[in-house]
Design a protein around this ligand. Sequence first.
Ligand code: NAD
Length: 263
Amino acid sequence: MELKGKLAVVTGAGNGIGLGLAKRFAAEGARVVVSDISPELTERAAAAVGGPARAVDVGKAKDLHDFIAWVEADVGPIDLYCANPAIFSGPEGGNFQTTEETWELSWQVNVMSHIRAAKQLVPLMMARGGGYFLQTLSAAALITGPSAVAYTVTKHAGLGFAEWLVINYGDKGIKVSCLCPTAVQTRDNQFDPATTMGANIGLVQTPEEVADITVKGLAAERFLILPNPAVGGSFRKKAEDYDAWLQRSITRMKDFRPPSPFV
Ligand SMILES: NC(=O)c1ccc[n+]([C@@H]2O[C@H](COP(=O)([O-])OP(=O)(O)OC[C@H]3O[C@@H](n4cnc5c(N)ncnc54)[C@H](O)[C@@H]3O)[C@@H](O)[C@H]2O)c1
């Protein structure tokens, strides 16, 4: 997809990867609508990008519907919709300690928001010849790693939905890319080497690097956009011998894992 002249919507654009994408899409010549759950961060992003803006919690079905309807009616037809924010639970506080509330929130934000946006936009996009969805997932959608259980499971579900979407609507002009980063420095102390995770994380990228790789992935209309090239190799090895991959992962996870609540 050529971004110049297109209308792009970036949700969760107040910080991190979403802000990096919004700024870069604007620099490529797209008109960018920015949105975040936080009104203050939405305003900050709007000031950085220069486009229309409105705060929305994508995890709330009616609010998300009204937001998309507002963009379509008052700003213009959406060419590229980026479902970007996610609930990240853990790893240090997660796994079987994950509460029902965190599970529910993770489903709403990490999965249902993608499904609801597509359900609303696909008929509109099809009627005008096509449209594009960029789903920010994670390497955790492809390869189960040190992330907490609710995050891992819902990111896999996000990938399942993205595959379903392109398989069922790809012949009707609907295009989908899944951005699957590993570690991106979006907040202070996020990969603090003093933590189990931080000490073992490996390559850490910036939102700007991820945005650059995303723009190239969108230009090539690649389904999987992998900022860390090692992820593609791991995914391939997993598919080639699932059992060997599981055994390697059991050993490797000892470097990352916080103490189990069961021991
Ligand atoms: N940072 C990483 O290392 C990393 C790695 C892999 C995948 N990802 C994925 O990238 C995406 C963005 O992560 P990030 O690190 O840039 O996060 P971030 O916390 O830096 O920014 C996320 C933004 O989304 C907003 N937000 C949170 N909940 C929202 C909601 N319900 N509705 C609307 N906005 C909401 C926040 O206010 C924040 O401004 C997520 O899907 C995450 O899973 C991040």
